[in-house]
Design a protein around this ligand. Structure first.
Ligand SMILES: Cc1cc2nc3c(=O)[nH]c(=O)nc-3n(C[C@H](O)[C@H](O)[C@H](O)COP(=O)(O)OP(=O)(O)OC[C@H]3O[C@@H](n4cnc5c(N)ncnc54)[C@H](O)[C@@H]3O)c2cc1C
Length: 391
């Protein structure tokens, strides 16, 4: 057993740490205030070859894998969860294509992600179907009039990066619309430029501003048969894709928690009160210690989850280990940013400090890509089935 990062990953960690300190940290507040997409941050990631961490070298990536992306996101999330989300989006929408796409799809849609020429979005959720994805209403029916293929209609919502994406992975019902069977759902690649594809309303968000979240409206969109990902009825891809994403979302939580705790620790060391500093109080020290313990626990869970995912171990029997990382690290982000705000007192509540921004950003993490309750349900099922068992 070796708990050290490989020399390559350690080098990546250090270089992203520097980039985050120099280029992300000074921009974090402005991105939140303006809500504008930070193209300069995208360019910085592209110039540093960070957009293809998850992609193999033959598809233009660097082959650093999910663990590499996890390590990079942890560094970036110390300062900006918007920037961390930007990196996450280099994997979330392309996951199903990487897992089940054919060679043509991979060659057509993936190298552009690594080079920064293409961006993608992930369309699973609908207004009435978030956790309960089987309730989706977006339909795909055989398109008999336009030379075969499929015709998609429906509205996806809350899609991260919807405005900037060039293509989308979209899930739609190909079977009976009232069916809750998973094999009634299929994944498609849909290009932004196609007839009938529009971006609908965008959301006014509490945090993670700068990467727009909103609707993708599909109005009788013709999708050629070659843009079906995997097989028709391949809903399983959504779950496999999301399982492999758990450590990557978790990394956003860990980085945020680390950034918040480091910032608050430096603050209490210099904040004078009652003839000393706030850091002198045991009550404060214990709170710092508890979050420090949780950060290290979250890192162990998350790095293991990333290591599993990189070996293709993201099928059902590994779900508890992956879900634990997402659940624990994202709940920790809320707790750590809350503590940081509390330790700064009134100052922490004001926009002069980053703490209130971290607190708002953190809350997104316990909702997206499977809420905390959904993760707990998955972990419990794993224990009940003995996928997670200790003898
Ligand atoms: C900022 C942001 C970005 C997003 N980006 C994307 C994206 O790019 N692509 C995409 O497809 N979606 C995206 N989403 C949507 C996100 O994945 C969903 O919000 C999430 O899956 C939860 O669905 P919901 O909001 O409908 O909540 P609901 O499913 O309605 O859940 C509401 C509450 O009920 C609880 N609950 C639901 N089911 C259970 C259960 N079985 N047991 C116990 N409790 C339960 C939940 O935990 C939650 O607390 C994004 C959301 C946000 C906020």
């Amino acid at each position: 057993m070796d708990f050290d990062l490989t020399p390559e990953l350690a080098t990546l960690q250090l270089s992203v740490r520097r980039l985050a300190q120099e280029k992300i940290k000074p921009r974090a507040r402005d991105i939140d205030t303006s809500g504008d997409y930070p193209s300069d941050v995208f360019d910085a990631f592209r110039d540093a070859d960070l957009l293809g961490l998850c992609l193999p070298t033959e598809l233009g990536g660097s082959g650093a894998g999910i663990l590499g992306l996890t390590v990079a996101i942890e560094e970036v999330a110390k300062y900006s969860n918007t920037a961390a989300l930007m990196l996450l989006l280099t994997r979330l929408p392309i996951g199903p294509v990487m897992i089940a796409g054919n060679d043509d799809q991979k060659k057509r849609y993936l190298p552009g992600i690594a080079s920064g020429d293409l961006r993608a979005g992930f369309g699973l959720s609908e207004a009435q179907a978030g956790s309960d994805v089987a309730g989706m209403r977006t339909r795909a029916v055989p398109d008999r009039g336009r030379g075969g293929g499929w015709e998609l209609s429906g509205t996806k919502c809350w899609m991260s990066g919807v405005c900037e994406a060039d293509w989308y992975t979209v899930f739609a019902k190909t079977g009976d619309p009232s069916s809750r069977a998973h094999d009634s759902i299929t994944a498609f690649i849909v290009e932004r430029s196609w007839d009938g594809v529009t971006v609908g309303r965008t959301d006014h968000k509490m945090g993670v501003r700068g990467i727009h979240t909103g609707e993708l409206v599909l109005d009788s969109v013709h999708v050629p048969v070659e843009n079906v990902i995997g097989e028709v009825g391949g809903f399983r891809l959504a779950m496999l894709g999301l399982n492999a994403m758990r450590p990557i979302v978790a990394a956003r939580g860990i980085g945020l928690a680390e950034g918040a705790l480091m910032y608050a620790t430096e603050y209490v060391k210099q904040r004078e009160a009652f003839g000393g500093t706030i850091a002198d109080f045991q009550g404060i020290q214990w709170e710092i210690a508890k979050v420090a313990v949780d950060i290290e626990a979250a890192r162990l869970l998350t790095y293991r989850a990333a290591w599993l995912a990189d070996q293709g171990k993201f099928t059902k029997e590994y779900v508890p280990f992956l879900s634990m990382a997402k659940y624990f690290a994202t709940e920790l982000a809320v707790r750590a940013s809350g503590l940081a705000m509390q330790l700064l007192g009134a100052a922490g509540y004001m926009e002069d400090q980053p703490t209130e921004l971290w607190y708002r950003d953190a809350k997104q993490l316990t909702i997206v890509e499977g809420t905390s309750q959904v993760q707990l349900g998955l972990i419990a099922q794993g224990v009940l089935r003995h996928d997670l068992w200790w003898d």
